[in-house]
Design a protein around this ligand. Structure first.
Ligand code: CUA
Length: 365
């Protein structure tokens, strides 16, 4: 009696959990990332849809391993099912199956087959690993980008051009890009699945990764090493441009900001200097904070907040009211003197100040 009711409760619980999952899945709501407008794909982070030579070499390794594993799985499961059903104990039969102990020929065979299979997989795996880890030849004229992981956003510094941007990396299609990466706090991991595998960013060390896109396009990526509260909101975008579009973009990014001289944008600039400049940089101005994304050309970005929100007025308004409402962060633990930043605090801005700040941010093209 008691057992029956606990079974029913458990079944009810399973049904409820399943129903909750369905409801939550339906709650995805409008696309806050604006992905639909930039990527023409339901699977924008599909590593089985490589868009460059590095990702392709991983894909070329993945498929043979997948098919070998599939054949092994089917053969082993078929043999298992055959043995289970063919030799099962039948009703009314006391027949004992013959017990076998030790069979040298069999043991040699089932040792050699896996050795051969694993060797067949290991050789191309090791070759691919070394290939992916090698630095590009100097004559490849690789574009250098220095990547720094922060809780919870990406800093991309272009040493050849002398500017810094956040969360959105532009690269020239068809040219090798060499990332030199480190972290400002904890371990992060850079992954743009259509362009290459993952590589960790480790505080106090540098790691490298090559990227190359065959064609212009937008490739989504994210941090793939758990790094705290907003790990899931630490995303990035790689924009592969034509060589000339890339040069145009990079030259514009290297320019200092044009500061406003009047109107709401000028009022916003005043507010910015008072409330934001300790953490954010506007190149060519007195705002030189280095704890948060460089906003010199903020309006040229499609997203903000770890590439988690489409760069729209409404998202900015919500963000400036209280960033932690949009993205889980712990700004109450910030200690700028110690270099520790865990998110943008609620600055207690008035609606007027927020409107002015948005007017200012919008001119930072
Ligand atoms: Cu950074 Cu997870």
């Amino acid at each position: 009696m008691i057992e029956g009711s606990s079974h029913r409760k458990r079944a009810l619980l399973v049904v409820l959990v399943f129903a909750a999952m369905l409801v939550l899945a339906a709650c995805a709501g409008p696309d806050r990332l604006g992905i639909e407008s930039v990527v023409d794909s339901d699977l924008p982070q599909n590593s089985l849809d490589p868009a460059g030579p590095d990702a392709r070499s991983i894909d070329n390794l993945w498929w043979p391993v997948f098919w070998i594993a599939t054949v092994v799985f089917v053969v082993v499961e078929a043999a298992l099912l055959f043995a289970v059903f063919r030799f099962r104990r039948r009703p009314g039969s006391d027949h004992q199956v013959k017990q076998t102990h030790g069979n040298v020929r069999l043991e040699i065979v089932w040792t050699i087959i896996p050795v051969v299979l694993l060797a067949a997989i290991a050789i191309p795996t090791v070759v691919t690993l070394f290939d992916l880890r090698s630095a590009p030849d100097p004559d490849e004229n690789a574009l250098q980008i220095e990547v720094t992981g922060h809780q919870w956003w990406w800093e991309f510094y272009y040493p050849d051009y002398g500017f810094s941007t956040a969360n959105e990396m532009h690269i020239p299609a068809g040219r090798t890009v060499y990332l030199t990466m480190t972290s400002a706090d904890v371990i992060h991991s850079f992954w743009a699945p259509q362009l290459n595998g993952k590589r960790d960013l480790v505080p106090g060390r540098t790691t490298n990764l090559t990227l190359e896109a065959d064609e212009p396009g937008i490739f989504l990526g994210q941090c793939t090493e758990f790094c705290g509260l907003a790990h899931a909101d630490m995303r990035h975008r790689v924009f592969a441009d034509t060589e000339s579009d890339f040069e145009t973009w990079a030259e514009a990014q290297a320019e200092p900001a044009t500061l406003p001289t009047g109107g709401p944008a000028a009022a916003g600039w005043e507010t910015f200097q008072a409330s934001c400049a300790a953490c954010h940089t506007i190149a060519g101005s007195s705002a030189t904070g280095e704890f948060a994304p460089d906003l010199t050309h903020f309006a040229s970005r499609t997203t903000f907040g770890g590439a988690t929100f489409a760069n729209t007025d409404q998202h900015l308004r919500d963000w400036l009211h209280n960033p932690s409402d949009l993205k889980p962060m712990r700004p109450e633990l910030n200690d700028l003197a110690a270099g520790r930043v865990l998110g943008m605090p609620n600055l207690g801005l008035t609606d007027q100040e927020i409107d002015d700040l948005i007017a200012f941010l919008e001119i930072l093209e």
